[in-house]
Design a protein. Structure first.
Length: 318
């Protein structure tokens, strides 16, 4: 898939629209063999994966319980197979920012939420927003510490990067950027420019793919300036019209189909949703991919409809 995706990113007339399908572990845990029957009908998306409840493995934070990361953030999970959230924040005050130690870990880890969300994980949302609002020395110090850590991690992975390097950091809320575009450009844009710039300098042919949830359409051009070659935004938070306006023919989009719609729509409505997205963003030369994430709240018939739709429309030729 990487070469097909690279063609889409480079506007090199990919044979089909690249599609990524991911079923959360909770889907397999809930539906088991019933979902396996569906997956078996779409080996192009699931690669022939065979679910075995006795050998099913997934990331530590998807297990119920708590998990402490290298920064001292405590992740809590009350539902097996779903991702955890941070409930224990090591930075309780601005004074704690200055005492915070940069972890010694140099494993090359770039988890989801490696820069902006890391700030929120360390401080909690309220304290982080307060520091961004006050714009005193503490917020810049915190940003610098997280960036320093990430730069060290980037040095580790640079020799191993291939055709496409993927990163994820949710920058938006449902309707806007929490810190607004002005503060984002002041504090966060230089961080992504520095990190992705390291890639472009060391390996100029490597393509940078960035997943980012929330309403971020107003800074998508900024991300492209930072070195992002393809962005993976959510359709509902950004609006299809905004994504067409900002991105079509200019910034490649791997569109995150509407996960908030999947549990509640009819199969016919879901197929119409996929059709509408493809027709709006498609160009024969490329610049479009489709991302389908399946959660345990989606009825099986809706999952089947979505898989059928992305299989149909990945061959769309306009």
């Amino acid at each position: 898939m990487a070469s097909l995706l690279a063609k889409a990113i480079r506007y090199e007339f990919p044979e089909t629209i690249p599609v990524s399908v991911f079923a959360l572990p909770a889907v397999w845990l809930k539906y088991g063999e019933a979902f396996q029957k569906i997956a078996d009908r779409y080996p192009q998306f699931f690669g022939g994966f065979q679910y075995n409840p006795n050998q099913f493995q997934y990331a530590p934070t998807y297990h119920a319980g708590t998990h402490t990361d290298e920064w001292g953030c405590v992740w809590s999970n009350i539902q097996e197979g779903m991702e955890a959230i941070v409930t224990g924040h090591p930075v309780k005050s601005e004074e704690d920012v200055y005492a915070l130690n940069i972890p010694d870990d140099r494993s090359g880890r770039f988890p989801h939420g490696f820069m902006y969300l890391r700030l929120l994980d360390l401080c909690g949302f309220e304290l982080a927003m307060t520091m961004f609002a006050e714009e005193d020395e503490a917020i810049q110090t915190l940003v610098d510490k997280v960036l320093t850590y990430n730069c060290a991690q980037m040095e580790v992975i640079l020799p191993h990067l291939g055709e496409i390097a993927s990163f994820g950091d949710d920058l938006g809320m449902q309707n806007a950027l929490a810190i607004g575009p002005v503060r984002w450009r002041k504090y966060l844009k230089p961080c992504y420019a520095r990190l992705y710039g390291m890639i472009k300098q060391a390996k100029p042919d490597t393509l940078v793919y960035m997943h980012t949830d929330g309403c971020i359409h107003e800074i998508i051009p900024d991300l492209a300036e930072c070195g992002v070659d393809m962005v993976n935004p959510q359709i509902r938070a950004n609006g299809l019209d905004n994504l067409v306006r900002v991105c079509k023919g200019k910034i490649p989009v791997f569109l995150d189909l509407d996960r908030q719609l999947f549990p509640f729509a009819t199969p016919v409505q879901l197929k119409e949703h996929v059709r509408e997205c493809v027709e709006a963003l498609y160009l024969p030369e490329g610049g479009l991919g489709l991302n389908l994430e399946l959660g345990a709240d989606i009825p099986l018939e809706n999952m089947e409809a979505l898989l059928e739709a992305v299989e149909t429309y990945r061959h769309y030729k306009g």
